[in-house]
Each structure stands twice: as structure tokens, then as C-alpha cells.
Design a protein around this ligand. Sequence first.
Ligand SMILES: [Zn+2]
Length: 291
Amino acid sequence: MTVAPASAQVPQLDSLRMLTDLSVLAHDSMAGRGVGTLGGLRARAFLERAMAGTGARPPGDGYTQAFNWPRGTGANLVGLVPGRDLDADVIVLTAHYDHEGVRGGDIYNGADDNASGTAAALEITRQLVAAPLEHTIVVALLDAEEEGSWGARALLDRPPVLRERIALNVNLDMVARTDGVLWAAGAYHTPALRPILEAVATSAPVKLQLGHDRPGAPEGDDWTQSSDHSVFHDAGIPFVYFGVEDHADYHRPTDDFERIDPAEYLASVRTILMALRALDRALPLGEPAPG
Ligand SMILES: [Zn+2]
């Protein structure tokens, strides 16, 4: 009997539960999840329950990490999934849940941006609680990304584990509408990531492409500063950012649940979980390259 290498095993997920979470977050009743708005508070309440339901542990009194930003307050939802080796470094899995709210009477539901990454992070958390990795995972559903990554900054200012123990950030932002290609950015800055991600790509259920991380690339082509992973990068922490190319509904009121292809989304999240497991096996990474 031959056993497939672990990297070749495509994980199963509860796709119905994940799609339901996505549809709730992207529902009109969440009013585009603007920071500090009624819709944003609804999303926060929903996610707090969902985080508790994953079985992840609250890092302190609860899952909510409130913070101030220039126009009010925001809140991250943070959970811990202890690894098999409690002395090992930590991976921080992030996905922002806020979006543009309501503008000019239009609701910006942000189904892909980033209900998709938020629902994926919840489902991945459930899988990791059931089968822990070697490394402890901090799962952080972040607020106020659209306003300048205030939630990510609050998380790194007051991390739930010692800052020095954070070995890697894996950030999910727009992971549903792949159109067949999921991008993984970050290996340019941390070359040790490249062989790990390339190995995942050989058996991933979606085309996993490395790139969008080179400084000096044409405008918009380098995604190093495009989402919450930038805060980790600027703090010298390696990151892998998973995301898709901008599409016609990007930051438009038409970024709706109905435009998401469930099979495409599922393939993307399975790939991300494969990558997370591969990264877990590969840590610690080599030193990051300068720049
Ligand atoms: Zn986003």
C-alpha cells in the first residue's frame, strides 16, 4: 500500500457551514460592515458567537479586542488554537471582516472582500481545533482594514502571545473569486517560503501562483502593502498573503454572495489549509531577505 505524502492530501471542509457564514456576513442586514456602524456591530456579535463555536480559546477575558482609531472604536475577534508543541513559535492567521458600509444609499456587502476570508478563517479554525498543528495558531478577525489596517496594528501593539514568538502571518483577503488562480504573495521577501508554497501548488485544487510581492513592479502589481499583512511585514515578520486579482465587483456594491462560485471558493480554502499545514511543518523559516 502506498500512502500519499501529507502535502498531497486535499483537506475536506464543511463547505455548507462556511458558505452560510459568508452569506450571513454579506447579507444586507450587515449593511456592509462599516467600522463602528450598526452593521459592523452586528457582524462583530455574529463573529464573537462563531469564534466561540469553533472551540478556539479566548486569549484573555473574551475574544473581543477593542481599540481606538481616529474616527471611533473598532474591535478584533481573537482566538487561540494551542499547538501540539506549546513552546514552539506561533502563526497568526488574519482576515479582516470590515468593509465599506453604506455609501450613497448603496450597501457594499463585500462578499469577496472580505466575508470570504473571514468565513474561511472560521472554518479553518474549526479544522485546526479538531486536528491541531505543531504550532499554536492565533486567529484574528480584524476590524478597520479598509480604513488603514487599524485592527492589525492594534493586534500587534497588544498581541495575545509574546510578540517575539510570532513567526509568520497568513493573511486572507478576497479568497473566493479566483477565476481559477489563487495568489500567494510574500515569498519575494522571505525566499524560504517559496519551496514550501511551490510544493503545495503541485497538488492544490486551484492553480496556486506565487507573486505580486516585488518592489518596483508596475502600480498595483506589488501587493506587499495592500492589506493587513503589511503591518506584519513592516514589523519584520514574514507573511503569506492569499488573495485574488481585482475583479469587476471589487469595492463596488455588486460584490455580492450570489456572484461567488461555491466550488471555486471551496477549492481556494482547501488550498489555503493545505498551505497552512505545509508551513506549520516547515517552520522555523530561514532569515528574511533584506527589503
Ligand atoms: Zn479587503
